[in-house]
Ligand binder design. Structure first.
Ligand code: PDD
Length: 281
């Protein structure tokens, strides 16, 4: 069945949706995106996603294409038109279309695209196997741009090796997963995750999960960690809007703990889903 997608003010069947070949999102990756989860047909973590969108756009000198209220309305409408109960909404805002030029143009009408991806987010997770790869992405990973080729290559390499995802390494330390933030849990029960900086995306799920961990009286340390340290951890997990809290059970062929999802990630996942259902809008 064809989805209804949103392109520049119109809701159209996906086959009819069109963006110019001169769009700077296509030619220069001059575009910002957000991916927002949907539970029970409602939008999760709206405040976080809209704030990060605004920040990312600002960092590359682009305005918001419409108000936050209008954007929320478009998110709700696309969920409704696609009868989606659970899954994700992809939003992309590009600088617009104009003749190809490296100089960033001013005041173009922006391109705004949204589409839905129905997907189960709340099913039981068996745990992922990850490999480590060099982080070859650009230096401003805190901005959510659509330059995802490096991340896509890393994840494909993991799949080629029969694994599930890749954790990227820079200067000996893990930055993040191909499209998620990463965590390890020490024998003493302490959660370690990389501190925020230009090196990683400030995950919306990360922020909520760290708050929940604090409320559960779990100790948290925000600092870089190595693969060797991760391989000694009793458990590990990753977070993203499209997978919530997902356990990691193997890193570069080394099993963590007993090789099954650990209690900390399981508990955080349960509470995160519970809270997201309540707070969705
Ligand atoms: N990616 N780090 C990277 C590099 C990401 O691409 C993502 C999310 C995250 C987690 O952020 P959040 O919790 O806000 O989803 C961290 C989205 C899901 C994607 O590209 O599909």
């Amino acid at each position: 069945m064809s989805r209804t997608v949103y392109v520049n003010g119109a809701y159209v069947p996906e086959e009819e949706a069109m963006v110019s070949v001169f769009d700077r999102g296509f030619l220069f990756a001059d575009a910002i995106y957000e991916v927002t989860a949907v539970l029970d047909g409602k939008i999760c973590e709206w405040d976080g996603h809209i704030a990060r969108l605004q920040r990312s756009l600002g960092e590359i000198g682009m305005p918001m294409p419409m108000s936050s209220e209008e954007l929320l309305e478009v998110h709700r409408e696309i969920v409704k038109r696609n009868n989606m109960e659970e899954g994700a909404i992809y939003l992309q805002v590009t600088r617009g279309a104009t003749d190809r030029d490296f100089v960033i143009p001013k005041d173009l009408p922006q391109t705004v695209v949204l589409f839905t991806q129905a997907k189960s987010l709340t099913g039981t997770k068996s745990g992922l196997r990850v490999i480590s790869v060099p982080d070859i992405r650009w230096g401003r990973r805190d901005i959510k741009t659509v330059q995802l080729l490096a991340a896509s290559m890393c994840k494909s390499e993991a799949k080629k090796q029969g694994k599930d995802d890749a954790w990227m390494i820079e200067d000996g330390f893990v930055t993040e997963g191909s499209s998620n933030n990463t965590y390890i849990v020490t024998e003493e029960g302490k959660i370690i995750t990389r501190n925020l900086s230009n090196s990683i995306l400030p995950g919306i799920t990360r922020k909520s999960v760290l708050r929940i961990a604090e409320e559960l009286d779990l100790e948290i340390e925000e600092r870089p960690f190595t693969i060797a340290e991760a391989q000694k951890a009793v458990e590990a997990f990753m977070t993203a809007a499209t997978s919530f809290v997902t356990p990691v059970i193997e890193i570069d062929g080394v099993k963590l703990g007993d090789g099954t999802p650990g209690p900390v990630s399981k508990r955080l996942c349960e509470v995160y889903i519970e809270e997201s259902r309540k707070a969705s809008c």
